[in-house]
Design a protein around this ligand. Structure first.
Ligand code: ADP
Ligand code: MG
Length: 350
């Protein structure tokens, strides 16, 4: 049997296809080792069966991003009874695969959100019953001192459950219309979610939120942006440190400096975490770019940027990785214009 080689094709089969164009090069020289072995097997099959092999899927996790190829191989005869060559067609379908995965993930997140909201909703009714029963129990004259203490504890824990259910409902309620939201409440609803994690990781939170500042926005979407900024800051500060969150009325800025006089709100999320190298900093808004390997999606800032643009807002980032004795950390500034015309713009443009 001839040694499998890759035949030369001079023109691509279709815009999506590309031909393996190296004259008689063994697969090991053209492809990564793990693929070359699979490739070799497919070619052997073509030579032994003299039949084409269609749409074998090859995947790899190589940097800069995972890839997927669909490979077909077909026999080429140089004489009626001898197959001496194999033609190979490789279609790079990485983009398509990644888009499908992103869609699946987004759908999963949305479904999880809906599930959480409906559970929270269902919990509310029995919880109200429980609260009323505890109230009656506390006023029941036959209870002695320790029993009353237990009832009080039970009431306290029940209030906590009610609080969690309320927050979950508020968090996942989708705002289909822009509303005037109190910025301190928006930010607090996110910080509440992360409080336990910050305590566990020894992250000291400093929040400075002007209680009067409001902004006209799609509340659910801005919450999503803030959840990702705070989540990222905590991920970067997993060895302990400081997280500073600030929100106040402000003017728009250009290149980090105050610019035209559009009024709005400025939210700052700063951490003393690992910081970023200039290379990482340059790529954070790309879809699927993550340095968190298995746990990151690389979609947080990509989606956030889109939401901010839809609000005609701005985002500005400064970051420094540790080195030469100086500390590391990251500062994200977010500016949202307070613009009631958001409501009159078509939904698709917002
Ligand atoms: P993910 O959180 O899933 O990785 P994001 O789009 O939210 O995706 O962030 C992309 C990348 O940006 C992160 O993987 C990380 O490398 C970098 N990054 C974002 N925020 C910070 C931060 N506060 N400190 C350090 N790196 C950050
Ligand atoms: Mg993130």
């Amino acid at each position: 049997m001839p040694t499998p080689c890759v035949s030369t094709r001079s023109s691509p089969i279709s815009p999506e296809s590309r031909s393996a164009a190296s004259s008689a090069a063994p697969p090991g020289e053209l492809f990564p080792a793990e693929v070359a072995a699979q490739f070799h097997k497919a070619l052997e099959q073509v030579f032994s069966t003299e039949q084409p092999v269609n749409d074998l899927e090859f995947r790899g996790a190589q940097t800069p991003s995972p890839w997927t190829w669909l490979v077909s191989a077909y026999p080429v005869s140089t004489s009626p009874d001898q197959v001496r060559w194999a033609g190979i067609i490789i279609r790079d379908v990485s983009e398509r695969t990644r888009s499908e995965e992103a869609l699946r993930r987004t759908e999963k997140l949305a479904a999880t959100g809906r599930l959480a909201a409906s559970i929270a909703h269902e919990i509310n009714n029995p919880l109200e019953g429980l609260t009323n029963l505890l109230y009656l129990l506390r006023n029941f004259s036959g209870l002695d001192g320790p029993a009353l203490d237990y009832v009080q504890l039970a009431e306290h824990q029940t209030r906590r459950i009610a609080d969690i259910a309320q927050k979950t409902l508020r968090f996942y309620r989708q705002s289909t219309l822009p509303v005037r939201a109190r910025v301190s409440e928006l930010v607090d609803s996110i910080l509440d979610l992360y409080k336990t994690r910050m305590n566990t990781l020894n992250i000291h939170l400093e929040s400075d939120l002007d209680p009067e500042t409001t902004v006209f926005c799609y509340e659910g979407e801005i919450r999503q942006v803030l959840a990702n900024l705070v989540g990222n800051a905590i991920d970067a500060t997993s060895g302990g440190g400081r997280l500073v969150v600030r929100a106040r009325r402000s003017q728009s800025w250009t290149n980090g400096q105050p610019g035209d006089q559009t009024g709005g709100v400025r939210i700052t999320v700063a951490d003393t975490g690992s910081g970023m190298t200039p290379e990482v900093r340059g790529r954070i808004f790309e879809a699927f770019f993550t340095t968190k390997e298995a746990v990151g999606t690389g979609l947080g800032l990509w989606v956030s940027q889109e939401i901010i643009q839809k609000h005609n807002g701005l985002v500005h980032v400064r970051s420094r990785a540790a080195g030469n004795g100086h500390g590391s950390g990251t500062v994200f500034h977010l500016f949202l214009p307070d613009d009631e015309s958001l409501a009159s713009r078509p939904r698709s443009a917002v």
